[in-house]
Design a protein around this ligand. Structure first.
Ligand code: PBG
Length: 335
């Protein structure tokens, strides 16, 4: 932008801020409930609503309760949910992730039956189903345990196909193994799900902001951390390479995660690839606002809407957020 100041001697930007209707008219970015996806945690049982201490208002839900929550969201104008599972038991091969009657598969079938117009997204990862809490198969190495890449791909692909068979509309791999988008695309195609799109967590960073989620999904790694597969917060160029690879392998939507601390990455990804781009406003982003609001230190509604609008402005077409239902309500009320 090259504007000589003298060319606009009478420019007064405040003119366009003087009335609410004018401000709305010139708003460059809009936030709408139709852009939001609500994450939900499915657990076994009936009539179970287990609160998650670090995420006020978020629960682990048995499938019957999850149906109610999804219906509330859908009626509020939120088009879709993304499902995570807390299985009854875990093992070293994550069998619960791809079991025909696994917890996510059950939840998908129930949602499909009861809410035919709801968009059902499933998170594909193994950490919630692994006894050790890592996103891939673990093997002993000379310097301690290592997360194996290639043998993990088959399990991820199986998981994705089992979600599609149950009725998932959009498959979202979050494991960060190399080559998983290609492996999942191939497996879906072979099983006849050529029309099921993939939203890949393409640039997913090893982040301290996932802390509350790990309580929610009971998926904290029992040893080590995720730095050998999730990205280093220092790296922006590498994020573009990760996204490019996922697109080559068949990703239809690419995601950046977390959102707020990575707005630069989001902007670069959107400008570079112009693909439908999602951002995950992760658990820590949610809990920070909740915690400050509970102390009266911050206005929850204002801070939440501002954060999400910033994520949109940076380039996100789609936002995954635990605040989706509240936001839909606030927007309807004319926020
Ligand atoms: C699973 C997964 C995680 C999140 C989404 N999928 C946790 C992790 O990678 O440890 C985090 C979501 C959040 O913090 O809200 N791999």
């Amino acid at each position: 932008m090259n504007v000589a100041p003298a060319a606009f001697p009478r420019s007064r930007p405040r003119r366009l801020r003087s009335l609410p209707a004018l401000r709305r008219l010139v708003a460059e970015t809009r936030l709408s409930a139709s852009q939001l996806i609500l994450p939900l945690f499915a657990r076994p049982g009936r009539r179970e609503r287990r609160p998650i201490g670090s995420m006020p208002g978020v629960f682990q839900l048995s499938v019957d309760e999850l149906l109610k929550e999804a219906e509330t969201a859908f009626k509020a104008g939120v088009p879709g949910v993304i499902l995570f599972g807390i299985p009854a038991s875990k093992d070293s091969r994550a069998t619960g992730a791809y079991a025909r009657n696994g917890i996510v598969q059950q939840a998908v079938r129930a949602l499909r039956r009861e809410l035919p117009d709801l968009l059902i997204v499933t998170d594909v990862c193994l950490c919630e189903y692994m006894s050790h809490g890592h996103c891939g198969l673990v093997e002993k190495g000379p310097r301690g345990p290592v997360i194996r890449n290639d043998p993990t791909l088959a399990l991820l692909a199986r998981t994705a196909v089992s979600h599609a068979e149950a009725g998932a509309d959009l498959i979202a791999p979050s494991d960060m193994m190399d080559g998983r988008v290609g492996a999942i695309r191939e497996a879906l195609d072979k099983s006849g799900f050529t029309d099921t799109p993939i939203m890949s967590y393409a640039a997913k960073f090893a982040s301290a902001f996932y802390g509350p989620f790990r309580e929610a999904a009971e998926s904290a790694p029992h040893f080590g951390d995720r730095r050998s597969y999730q990205m280093d917060a220092a790296n922006g160029d590498e994020a573009l390479r990760e996204v490019a690879l996922d697109i080559q392998e068949g990703a239809d939507i690419v995601m950046v995660k977390p959102a707020l601390a990575y707005l630069d990455i989001l902007h670069r990804v959107k400008s570079e690839f112009r693909l439908p781009t999602a951002a995950y406003a992760v658990s820590g982003e949610f809990s920070m606002i909740k915690a400050a609001a509970a102390r009266g230190w911050i206005d929850e509604r204002g801070a939440t809407l501002e954060a999400l609008l910033s994520i949109r402005r940076a380039g996100a077409d789609i936002i995954l957020t635990y605040s989706a239902v509240d936001v839909a309500g606030w927007l309807k009320a004319g926020a």
